[in-house]
Design a protein. Structure first.
Length: 271
């Protein structure tokens, strides 16, 4: 590798798999960027901190196998970003042994997930789960038995540790999110093109400012601006189909991939 290219670690989200990075990998290989794909699809019985520990082991292994001694970039999707942040900010928050240049999170529930909380709501929970079954949650899904769902509830001990650990000053954070400014039903039909969020008063409400699963307010980190795609005011007629902006398809969206590649190949501080 040369210039501004650094090796990349790819971390998928909840109930997902490394194949989600297939389209991004094509661009990485074309740019000559080395990469590794962390697979935690077989760790669904583990807690978020335990999966984070497995990520640490994976990074050590892939560095040794490829001779990556310098900084690396990490691209993560959804809850995968919480796994990465737990490693970097909680586990390694004092020693800073992990040499990471930047963390690029796609639709991350950094402040906890309203949807994870809604799963437990006595009035809406069953309806929400039924709508998402086979698309976002597995058949027979029981949120009470899912350790990851419990860990990403806003009031969980794991989310408390993330909030209190603080961001690392030696890492550049990028947060890429999508939105549905034209209120297009096809964006995420299961929720009528909207995203559930928890308002300041603690009530649930549906918003256009989200990706169908994660609202913008859940992704925000202190001092870090959101990369919103499409940009406010941008015409939609020349852009990918509306469903390409939903949470599940973020790693496949060509505009999201273009933004990721800009950050991976650009100099430090690229905007």
């Amino acid at each position: 590798m040369s210039g501004n290219q650094y090796p990349v670690i790819l971390v998928h989200g909840w109930n997902s798999h490394p194949g989600i990075w297939k389209k991004l990998v094509v661009h990485l290989e074309a740019a000559g960027i080395q990469y590794g794909k962390f697979d935690h699809s077989g760790m669904r019985d583990l807690s978020l901190p335990e999966i984070s520990g497995s990520l640490l082991d994976y990074i050590r292994t892939v560095r040794d196998e490829n001779g990556w001694s310098g900084p690396a970039d990490i691209v993560s999707h959804s809850m995968g970003t919480c796994i990465v942040r737990y490693l970097l900010e909680v586990t390694d928050g004092v020693e800073h042994n992990q040499n990471v240049r930047q963390l690029i999170g796609l639709g991350p529930p950094n402040n906890g997930s309203a949807l994870a909380e809604l799963f437990h709501d006595p009035k809406r929970g069953e309806e929400i789960i039924n709508k998402l079954t086979g698309i976002f949650v597995p058949q027979g899904f029981d949120p009470a038995l899912d350790r990851i769902v419990q860990d990403v509830r806003p009031g969980s001990p794991v989310m408390h540790r993330l909030r209190t650990a603080g961001l690392r000053s030696d890492i550049t954070y990028r947060i890429i999110v999508t939105t549905n400014p034209e209120n297009n039903f096809g964006f995420f039909p299961l929720f009528d093109g909207k995203t559930w969020e928890i308002a300041d008063d603690g009530r649930y409400r549906a918003t256009l400012y989200g990706d169908g699963v994660v609202p913008h307010r859940e992704s925000v980190l202190p001092g870090i601006s959101l990369d919103i795609i499409p940009a406010p005011g941008e015409q939609m007629d020349h852009l990918p189909a509306p469903d390409q902006y939903c949470h599940i398809n973020l790693p496949r969206n060509p505009l999201v991939i273009d933004r990721i590649m800009r950050y991976l190949t650009g100099p430090a501080g690229t905007k």
